[in-house]
Write a protein that binds this ligand. Structure first.
Ligand SMILES: [Fe+2]
Length: 377
């Protein structure tokens, strides 16, 4: 079914500006209204749009332009930054250039190129030193972990410094919005605003900003004798705590809801937010991590996606979910189909849900480092 024939999902737009205010400036009534709206959205479809996020139209345009500039660099420069060409594994997969067909959550070819960046770690002799947002001090992290890596960028001959600054500042702003949403979600759960914060401690240091350039499917020429199935982004759920998407306004995102795929109509100036698997599991599935995909067909599309992760050492609450007798089996089964706990390697993505791999009792970050290897092609 083409996107034109699919139903359009009614995605609520929620003004989250009150969550970004200082605690003494936010009215309790406004906070309650916002938390109630968040609860309604994440309890049903798991996705909503946010306004009042504080990213000006000018900054959004700058970010959009920066993404286009970045994907306009020479093939040689892309190759220099390529995750695959450099045979980079695990943690550092999270940083650098990904070419067409080099990443997929299924057997399909995802006709897109991507570029990933994260927290501004600076390389130092003994490891990594974080540069905290808005400060010039450089405290050493408590521990080094497998998701710490230094960002890589095209040289200034290829990408102007302003584009890089624009991306760095967008990463920092997306982090602030995510942390504000976590406070809102805490209240949506009927708890104090700081309830979920411990799960996210240090998450900003391993979260990722991923830039995507989707091509018309016809531009991908298969070198295999049998034709391959093409898609923008395979059906999947997001692994982390929450995801924020800045998109260009031509659509392409689809969400599975009520037994069918729905388009998500663009609303200029807003960000899409969806719940991730980790947060959904934390709520025993009461908050939904929506199954979604990107269908681009003959359109060219750009998007900027921020994946907010819980802290590296936060444990994935899978066992709690599977043993909680109060959770309906439909929800428990749904949790088992989340991408976080399914095999997304080339031969594993379309296995029956009962074949889901067992979730090890490992820290979230260690587990995610392995997940990156599953989706590399
Ligand atoms: Fe996603």
């Amino acid at each position: 079914m083409s996107p034109a024939n699919k139903p359009a999902l009614e995605v609520p737009v929620i003004d989250v500006s009150v969550l970004l205010k200082n605690a003494d400036e936010a009215s309790p009534e406004d906070l309650k209204i916002c938390a109630d709206e968040l609860k309604a959205a994440v309890s049903s479809i798991g996705v909503f749009r946010i306004s009042g996020h504080g990213i000006s139209n000018e900054d959004q345009t700058d970010a959009s332009d920066a993404v286009k500039s970045l994907f306009n660099v020479s093939e040689a420069e892309k190759h220099r930054l390529s995750v695959k060409a450099n045979n980079i594994k695990s943690a550092a997969v999270a940083r650098g250039y990904i070419g067409i067909g080099e990443e997929s959550g299924s057997h399909r070819v995802e006709v897109k190129e991507g570029f990933s960046m994260g927290y501004r770690w600076d390389a130092v002799e003994a490891g990594f030193t974080p540069k905290p947002m808005g400060t010039k001090t450089r405290p050493v992290p408590e521990t080094l972990n497998a998701l710490q890596a230094v960002n890589v960028w095209p040289t200034e001959d290829h990408l102007d410094l302003q584009s890089r600054i624009s991306m760095d500042s967008l990463f920092e702003h997306m982090t602030r919005v995510s942390q504000a949403l976590v406070r809102g979600f805490s209240m949506a759960m009927g708890e104090e605003a700081g309830y979920l914060t411990p799960y996210c401690k240090g998450g900003e240091n391993i979260s990722l900003l991923r830039l995507f350039h989707y091509f018309p499917y016809s531009q991908y020429k298969s070198d295999q004798s049998v034709d391959v199935e093409r898609i923008g982004s395979s059906p999947h759920t997001d692994w982390g705590f929450l995801t924020l998407i800045m998109e260009p306004g031509i659509g392409g995102l689809e969400v599975f809801h009520d037994g069918e795929w729905n388009t998500v109509p663009p609303v200029p100036g807003t960000l899409v937010c969806n719940v991730g698997d980790y947060f959904s599991m934390l709520t025993n599935g009461k908050f939904v991590s929506p199954l979604h995909k990107v269908v681009t067909g003959d359109e060219e599309r750009y998007s900027i996606v921020y994946f907010y992760y819980p802290g590296y050492n936060s444990h994935i609450p899978q066992q709690t979910c599977s043993q909680d007798q109060e959770v309906p089996s439909s929800i428990r089964d749904g949790l088992k189909s989340y991408s976080l706990v399914t095999d997304q390697s080339a031969n594993g993505a379309d296995l029956d849900q009962s074949e889901s791999i067992t979730l090890d009792d490992v820290p979230f970050g260690t587990y995610i480092a392995r997940k990156w290897e599953q989706v590399a092609r």
